[in-house]
Each structure stands twice: as C-alpha cells, then as structure tokens.
Design a protein around this ligand. Structure first.
Ligand code: GDP
Ligand code: MG
Length: 162
C-alpha cells in the first residue's frame, strides 16, 4: 500500500526549467529559484552545465526554421546554464505563468521575465511548454538517476490532506 505522501509524489507532474547564460551572468540564479521554491514547487534535479551548440540545437529543434535559431543556439551554449527539474501540481502550466510571456516587453510585471528582462533574445529563463516537451526536455538534460524522489516537509502544508 502506498503512503499518503507517495500517492502525492506519484501524481505530481514535472517540468524542465533552465536559467540561461544571461540569467546566470546577471546573478539571478537565487532570485529565480526562490520564486519557484516560495510558490511551493519542489526541486528534484539541478546542475550547472555549459551545453554544446549541438546540444542547444537538440533542445531547440522545434525552432530550427526560425531566423533566430542559430543565434539562439549560440547564445545558449555561450556559458553556464542552470538546468533544473521542478515538481508539483500544475507545475508545467504554472511555471510558464511564473516565467511570463516570451517577449519581456509583453511579460506582466510580477513575472520573472517581466521583472528581470528587457528583450526577447535575452529573456533569462526557459520552461517546458507542455507535458510532452517537459518529458522530452527532462530526458535530454538529465539521466533518470539524477532526479531525486523525496517528500518535502512543506508538502503537507502546501497541499493539505484532502
Ligand atoms: P519560450 O518558450 O517562451 O522560451 O519561447 P519560444 O519557445 O517561442 O522561443 C524559444 C526562445 O527563442 C525564446 O525564449 C527566446 O529566447 C528566443 N526567441 C523567440 N522568439 C524570438 C525572436 O523573435 N527573436 C529572437 N532573437 N529570439 C527569439
Ligand atoms: Mg518554448
């Protein structure tokens, strides 16, 4: 029989979030992590990595026909990226809300891009846009054993018991 927490853990979805090289260089790692953490989402994987250009092309393969594709991949591979997996109820969709619109000129104040970025080419953060991309991106960036399953102490207060 599953314990209550294990039932919860099994239900939670996961999303891939990356702080891009501009966010890292601007000293925004803790600011960005804090927003996901304070919301009540749970960090289950994290690493710092400089992706190769080939890897960046894989990550952004959906955009390969776009005029900015090459510059985007060069930029993503230009320095350290913080790669993370966050877990929680509705985390894929709500993570995108925390992040804000792609173009920071259109992101609402209060969102990460709205508060901390100015132009679309330097919008500091990536977040998966749906369940399928979340699955693909998590497996591109992380080995299964790099993801940690645990019950956070806060969970019963974030979710309650009923
Ligand atoms: P996201 O899911 O909100 O990150 O947006 P997309 O998946 O549409 O695009 C991926 C990334 O490509 C964005 O986060 C931007 O960094 C970049 N990007 C998107 N549109 C443009 C654009 O019109 N010009 C430039 N320079 N970069 C763009
Ligand atoms: Mg996208």
């Amino acid at each position: 029989m599953l314990l209550d927490q294990e039932v919860h853990a099994a239900e939670f979805e996961r999303t891939f979030i990356a702080i891009k090289p501009d966010g890292v260089q601007r000293g925004l790692i803790s600011e960005i992590i804090a927003r996901f953490e304070r919301k009540g989402f749970k960090l289950v994987a994290i690493k710092i990595v400089v992706p190769s250009k080939e890897f960046a092309q894989k990550h952004y393969h959906d955009l390969k026909e776009r005029p900015f594709f090459n510059g985007l991949c060069e930029f993503l591979s230009s320095g350290p990226v913080i790669a993370m997996v966050w877990e929680g109820e509705g985390v894929i969709k709500y993570g995108r809300k925390l992040i804000g619109a792609t173009d920071p000129q259109k992101s609402e104040p209060g969102t990460i891009r709205g508060d901390l970025a100015v132009v679309v080419g330097r919008n500091i953060i990536h977040g998966s846009d749906g369940p399928e991309t979340a699955k693909d991106e998590i497996s591109l960036w992380f080995k299964p054993e790099e993801l940690v399953t645990y019950t956070s102490n806060a969970e019963k207060w974030v979710y309650g018991n009923n």
